[in-house]
Design a protein around this ligand. Structure first.
Ligand SMILES: [Zn+2]
Length: 443
């Protein structure tokens, strides 16, 4: 998916909404402190619209990292309500409008930004703005720049702002009849609007476009510089160009795990619960999103399990040797600290838990699916033994945010070679990273 400046803003706006709503829901705090959180996010967003490409990148990275820290947005409606309430003073909107006042013509990015804050500010009293911007949010994850800009322009018009509607945004007769065949691949790729924008801010590994959708994007004139992948021009060696931490970070993951080890004093145990299966092919991996209730306790501090996903081969190596695959269970504690539990998969007998997942495997990239009546317990993927290697690392996908604790279980579990082959990604493992003197703990 293209990470345009627009998306940076929208990500920040969504994150603002997420942080704000989450705080509201979790702590039931008074609106003054909530407003501060949201205004910070909005200020950052406004800044990102006005400053150079460098700081846009920084803002993008910040957005990504914040995004990693949010719990899945189960309470989107409450959050939006909280956001609207918090912005109802209109101060942020006034600030943004003042900042833009001198400009004769706003850039498209600025229009989207203004539309976002306008909606957040006035949406509660103006259903037309709300509706128009809801459309903006729906299209914001499509990488379809034109749709996003058009929706933002409509939102601005609905909100009473003067905007010269781009010719492309004027409804064409062909589109009205559904005959605009050229636009179809993009629409298809993005038809998962509702569900995706709902949990967008909660995903740890973001939904990205497939090659197919990407080509159609190029046709539509999008640039591909924010895409990433596992080979060629978008491969891990190039991630650092757009995501500086990937190249400059000193505590990057994964690691080649080898001695000397430090003796562990940490006690880790998993308390995972059964829940409805929610599985997604996000273009980089197969990910299972987990409903709240499953926890990893690290020295009795609970870390909520958010999702787990697969890499082939395993990203971690033991003494230079990778395993067939690895499962990363991604957790977050109340302070926002991330912890990943790694379960190595070694080729052997068929794994019945993975069979359940693969029986419901979305082979093509798309929206999260929840096959009816299928329950899944993540504990069914864990070995009985809980000895581990542990180190401080990072997300192993862009933006490679650091301060992630890894616990790689020393006992692997089985996966059959047929099951490995059925995994739709041939290689989605980041190469091992320099250890830079980091301790590896062993219990
Ligand atoms: Zn991973």
């Amino acid at each position: 998916m293209k990470r345009t400046i627009i998306e940076v803003f929208l990500a920040l706006a969504l994150i603002g909404a997420g942080v704000f709503g989450w705080l509201n829901w979790q702590q039931n705090q008074k609106s003054s402190s909530q407003l501060k959180v949201l205004q910070t996010a909005a200020d950052e967003a406004a800044k990102s619209l006005q400053t150079s490409g460098e700081s846009v990148k920084a803002a993008e990275e910040k957005a990504e990292s914040l995004q990693q820290q949010l719990t899945p947005m189960e309470v989107q409606l409450q959050e939006l309500a909280a956001v609207k309430a918090g912005l109802s003073s209109g101060a942020t909107l006034a600030d943004l409008q003042a900042a833009y006042k001198a400009k004769k013509k706003l850039s498209e990015e600025q229009q989207v930004g203004l539309a976002a804050v306008l909606l957040l500010t006035k949406g509660s009293t103006d259903p037309a703005t709300l509706e128009a911007f809801r459309k903006t949010l729906k299209t914001s994850d499509l990488g379809n720049r034109k749709n996003t800009i058009c929706a933002a322009q409509m939102a601005l018009i609905a909100g009473g702002e003067k905007v010269d509607l781009l010719p492309e945004c004027k409804p064409s007769p062909a589109a009205a009849e559904g005959k605009e065949s050229k636009a179809e691949p993009e629409e298809k790729g993005g038809a998962h609007s509702k569900a995706e924008s709902h949990d967008k801010a909660g995903k740890s590994e973001k939904s990205e476009k497939s090659d197919k959708a990407e080509k159609s994007d190029k046709k539509a004139g999008h640039d591909a510089k924010h895409d990433w992948g596992y080979d060629g021009l978008m491969g891990p060696e190039r991630w650092g160009k757009e995501f500086p931490t990937c190249a400059k970070g000193k505590s990057q993951a994964p690691l080649d795990i080898e001695g000397p080890f430090v003796k562990a004093r940490t006690n880790v145990s998993a308390d995972y619960k059964e829940g409805p299966l929610k599985i997604i092919n996000n273009g980089h991996t197969i990910q299972v999103n987990v409903t709240p209730g499953s926890k990893l306790r690290i020295d009795s501090v609970p870390h909520d399990l958010l999702q787990f996903h697969f890499h082939r081969p395993s990203e971690e190596k033991i003494n230079g040797v990778p395993m067939a695959m690895v499962i990363h269970f991604v957790h977050k504690n109340a302070a926002g600290k991330l912890a990943v539990l790694g379960v190595l998969l070694k080729e052997g007998n068929e794994n019945p838990a993975i069979k359940t997942l693969w029986d419901n495997l979305p082979t093509d990239q798309g929206a999260e699916s929840s096959p009816e009546g299928i329950k899944f317990n993540p504990a069914s993927l864990l070995p009985r033994e809980f000895e581990f290697y542990s180190y401080e690392g990072s997300l192993t996908t862009p933006p490679c945010t650091e301060s992630v604790s890894f616990f790689i279980l020393r006992t692997p579990v089985n996966v059959s070679s047929a099951q490995v082959t059925k995994f739709p990604f041939k290689n989605n493992a980041r190469p091992v990273q320099p250890r830079n003197g980091r301790e590896i703990v062993m219990n």
